[in-house]
Design a protein around this ligand. Structure first.
Ligand SMILES: [Zn+2]
Length: 338
């Protein structure tokens, strides 16, 4: 009585309910019975395998689906989904690693997702992402990732005044640990943090790898900024406050970034870090729908444990933990020199 499409719809429903093994049985049977259903069954089976703890099988199944039907998203997604018109056209050159960026130990496959689900997906990037887990560090890192990782931020964006109270609260909290008033921001973006800090009375400085952000900070707001890559930035000066918001998840060498922050921090200074936490309360609730798992430009996904241990390695101690009010699932940590 059930048509193929009814059975397929039922499998998808079982997936939504978290009945992964039921969904798997239905999809496997459909796949065996009808060749035309194969790309769809493979795509859904990839998701099922990921949920059942088989991320390697998931990776292969997603590829099988994209190869069998390069425009599969046109059938999977609703009319107004931004990636509905995506067409798989092979994988462009990318980087890959299996060793943990924090400790060098070999990671084990942890999760695999189709990145085409995410609204901001760039079609030039591998549509399938595998996250590796380093057990000793309790850290996640991308096995495969794009060679150029900062391009997505290159569009000029005017400062959003709604962020000023957010930064004001952060700086008030930081002054409990570091009363000094010189501030260095890594990645100035649209200048919101520097503008808020200047209003409060900080002597501000900032860098960004994207020249356009730096030019805007100077020309629009007269802020002291430079185009530079933080990991190789050199200065004799030290700052009382270093702001490193949403940086560590983007870099292939986060250890160097933390070591550099330590070098540039004054003895009684405080380092503020925000980065997604894969063990956040938000991630626990959203599960496989956690948007941070599908960020194509994120190479690292820290836990509180992996971040704190890396800070300790460089003589920094986390003294404050806040749940971000800005990015869902991000942690905001203040660290001081030990
Ligand atoms: Zn590690």
């Amino acid at each position: 009585m059930n048509t193929l499409m009814d059975r397929y719809a039922n499998a998808v429903k079982q997936m939504e309910l978290g009945n992964w093994t039921d969904a798997e049985q239905i999809l496997k049977a459909l796949k065996a019975e009808n060749k035309g259903m194969n790309p769809f069954c493979n795509y859904q089976l990839a998701s099922v395998n990921n949920a059942l703890g088989n991320p390697e099988a998931a990776y292969d199944l997603y590829y099988e689906a994209f190869k069998q039907m390069p425009n599969i998203t046109s059938a999977l997604y609703t009319e107004n989904h931004p990636n509905r018109h995506y067409v798989f056209n092979g994988i462009k050159p990318e980087k890959s690693r299996t060793d943990c960026p924090l400790c060098g130990e070999q990671g084990i496959p942890h999760w695999t997702y189709s990145m085409t689900d995410a609204a901001g997906y760039n079609p030039d990037i591998n549509p399938v992402r595998m996250w590796m887990h380093c057990k000793p560090c309790n850290h996640l890192f991308a096995r495969n990732f794009p060679e150029k990782i900062f391009l997505h931020n290159a569009n000029p964006r005017r400062a959003n005044a709604g962020f000023f109270p957010y930064y004001s609260n952060i700086l008030t909290n930081i002054r409990r640990y570091a009363p000094g008033m010189s501030l260095f921001e890594v990645g100035v973006g649209a200048s919101e943090c520097l503008l808020a800090a200047r209003e409060i009375g900080y002597e501000t400085f900032g860098i960004d790898v994207i020249a356009r952000h730096v030019e805007d900070a100077k020309s629009l707001y007269g802020l002291d900024t430079e185009t530079a890559d933080f990991n190789v930035y050199e200065s004799d000066k030290q700052w009382d406050v270093i702001i490193m918001g949403d940086v560590l998840e983007h870099v292939s060498d986060p250890v160097r970034a933390i070591e550099k922050a330590k070098e540039l921090l004054s003895p009684k200074g405080a380092l503020w870090i925000s980065t997604p936490n894969f063990e956040s309360a938000v991630s626990a609730v959203t599960g496989h729908d956690d948007v941070m798992r599908k960020q194509q430009y994120h190479l690292n996904y820290f836990s509180r444990e992996s971040l704190y241990a890396t800070l300790e390695r460089f003589g920094l101690r986390a003294v404050d933990y806040q749940i971000s009010g800005h990015y869902k699932g991000s942690m905001e940590v203040i660290a001081v020199k030990i």
